[in-house]
Design a protein around this ligand. Structure first.
Ligand SMILES: N[C@@H](CCC(=O)N[C@@H](CS)C(=O)NCC(=O)O)C(=O)O
Length: 230
């Protein structure tokens, strides 16, 4: 039972969108409760409060918020100082790049879940192409330069997963993107990002990928490669 004075984040432990909000809560030193649900067997109480049936959902003061970017905007507003740039144009641009981060997450997810080598190649190519315009936007250690900001919380979960898969499969998903590579490394080394996933995340995530099957029991392309790499 959650303490109703604290925000409660309804979560699934491998979800990158949940991770975005956990990073924001940790960056802001906000005390919060995490409630894990099984997405394969969503509880009725969750379906009653989640219009899209997706996590994260934030419950606070008897109200419900959904969509990770919206949750993060709210958390940012009620827990100053803001992690957004002050300039309205920059802030709006950052919000747009949060969207691009969500798009890249979906390319990477489809790539990791691909059934065949052809699917994998198509999604990997889309992912790599999707980074092209980002390379010029990275302003320093973090997206906006020296200071960690809300847009970083949106991209860190992508790099958390991508760097693990690169490492195990010996792939390079950031070829000729040195600024993004350095940014990704800085993000995965940051305390709030490290602590935004549960202990044993790497193994659990790899097991999840390795268990992906099609037509009953044919392993997906990445699942098959992970099994050979093990
Ligand atoms: N746009 C949403 C995406 C959230 C999302 O896709 N969550 C996944 C888990 S990572 C989910 O709850 N899936 C359950 C379903 O689609 O039934 C956000 O940013 O919060």
């Amino acid at each position: 039972m959650s303490d109703s004075t604290k925000p409660e984040l309804i979560s699934f432990d491998l979800c990158p969108f949940v991770q975005r909000s956990v990073i924001t809560l940790l960056e802001k030193n906000v005390e919060f409760d995490l409630t894990y649900i099984d997405l394969a067997n969503k509880p009725d109480w969750f379906l009653e409060i989640s219009p899209l049936g997706k996590v994260p959902v934030l419950r606070e003061k008897g109200e419900v918020l959904f969509e990770s970017a919206v949750i993060n905007e709210y958390l940012d507003e009620v827990n100053p100082p803001s992690l957004h740039p002050a300039d309205p144009l920059k802030k709006a641009q950052n919000r747009a790049w949060v969207e691009v981060g969500g798009n890249q997450l979906m390319h990477s997810f489809r790539m990791m879940m691909a059934e065949t080598r052809e699917d994998y190649d198509a999604h990997r190519d889309a992912l790599i192409k999707g980074f092209r315009m980002v390379e010029d936007q990275v302003g320093g250690t973090f997206f906006n330069g020296d200071h960690f900001s809300l847009v970083d919380t949106a991209w860190a979960p992508l790099f958390t997963r991508l760097l693990i898969v690169e490492d195990v499969l010996g792939e390079n998903y950031l070829p000729s993107y040195p600024k993004i590579r350095a940014w990704a490394n800085a993000l995965v080394a940051r305390d709030s990002v490290i602590h935004s996933v549960r202990e044993g995340f790497r193994e659990k995530f790899l097991t999840y990928l390795q268990n992906k099957t099609y037509h009953g029991n044919t392993p997906g392309y990445v699942a098959d490669r992970l099994a050979s790499a093990a």
